[in-house]
Design a protein around this ligand. Structure first.
Ligand SMILES: NC(=O)c1ccc[n+]([C@@H]2O[C@H](COP(=O)([O-])OP(=O)(O)OC[C@H]3O[C@@H](n4cnc5c(N)ncnc54)[C@H](OP(=O)(O)O)[C@@H]3O)[C@@H](O)[C@H]2O)c1
Length: 295
């Protein structure tokens, strides 16, 4: 299967490229800046037309949540309009599109984990732009799979786990927000989950098309809980580690408001594709071990 994927330097794409089940079965057509710039209308549609893939995965996004508040037009262009154009170009070539979306489409007021059919109500520009991207994809191409994920980290790029490990070598103590709940997700697991859906599509199985799914690490914690788990693994591996102290969101103001609870329930994806995401602690352990080995 030939898969065109956007976001070539992003942590999800780097994880997809090394997913064992994809190595032999997939020819990756990896796109990104400068050749394909989602700020430029028509750029991605041209790439889809020229490369004639069997599937498009739109993993690129303007992901800097606070900066999005400052640059709404650029954020909407990349996360919403370019997604719609990609879906439309895919429909013109009679191929499906997988659109990656986010837990930040929810306002975080739910007491339990979010299911796909619960009401969306984003709190900031990033969440609004990703929700608009979902809507444009649904409207443009019935053969879509929208996959919402959350709190991504990996051995690649910039992410919270790497930031905490770096900070442990520079500070005596870390203070981390302890009143936002979510589902930390390793992009290595997310890539493996996506491949289980893609392998079905490659066999002509249309399961999931036209649907929205959640796919995030099993279980939930706070940013402080995640940082504490990272430090526990660092201590075990003999890496720099420091104490992590809980603080409130009010003590760490950010430009974009964050949902209080954005835990995602991935049960619908497991039922459809037979893939259950590992417990978040298991995956944190794997990624910290890999980062330690790469040092
Ligand atoms: N990170 C999270 O915690 C999180 C949580 C929930 C959902 N998601 C979603 O998951 C997906 C993957 O996230 P990620 O963390 O892997 O992303 P990432 O590491 O931040 O990478 C984003 C990618 O998008 C590309 N991009 C941004 N603007 C572009 C433009 N104008 N033209 C072309 N490419 C552009 C970037 O290219 P450059 O390298 O050229 O900048 C980069 O390759 C995204 O759709 C994101 O919205 C992420």
């Amino acid at each position: 299967m030939r898969i065109l994927v956007t976001g070539k330097h992003g942590q999800l794409v780097r994880s997809l490229l090394e997913t064992p089940s994809a190595r032999e079965a997939v020819e990756w057509l990896v796109t990104g800046r400068p050749e394909v710039d989602l700020q430029c209308p028509g750029s991605l549609a041209r790439a889809i037309r020229d490369q004639a893939p069997d599937l498009v995965i739109n993993a690129a996004a303007f992901t800097v949540v606070d900066q999005a508040e400052e640059d709404e037009a650029a954020t909407m262009r990349v996360n919403a309009d370019a997604a719609g154009e990609a879906a439309s170009a895919a429909r013109d070539h009679a191929i499906p599109i997988i659109q990656v979306s986010t837990d930040y489409v929810f306002d975080g007021r739910a007491a339990a984990a979010y299911r796909e059919d619960m009401a969306t109500s984003p709190l900031g520009v990033y969440g609004r732009s990703k929700l608009a991207g979902e809507e444009q994809v649904r409207a443009a191409n019935p053969d879509h799979l929208i996959v919402r994920t959350a709190w991504l980290y990996s051995p690649f790029g910039n992410n919270f786990v790497k930031t905490i490990m770096r900070a442990a070598g520079q500070r005596d103590v870390l203070t981390v927000v302890d009143d936002q709940l979510g589902s930390p997700t390793s992009t290595l697991d997310l890539a493996a989950g996506l491949m289980s859906a893609i392998n079905g599509l490659a066999k002509g199985n249309r399961t999931g098309l036209g649907e929205t799914y959640h796919l995030a690490g099993s279980g939930r914690t706070t940013w402080c809980g995640l940082a504490t788990e990272v430090m526990a693994n660092c201590r075990r591996l003999g890496l720099d580690h420091v104490d992590v102290l809980p603080i409130a969101t009010a003590d760490w103001p950010t430009r974009a408001p964050r949902p209080h609870n954005s835990e995602l329930d991935s049960g619908k994806f497991a039922d459809a594709f037979g893939f259950t995401m590992p417990d978040w602690r298991h995956s944190v352990r794997n990624v910290v071990e890999r980062l330690a080995a790469d040092r």
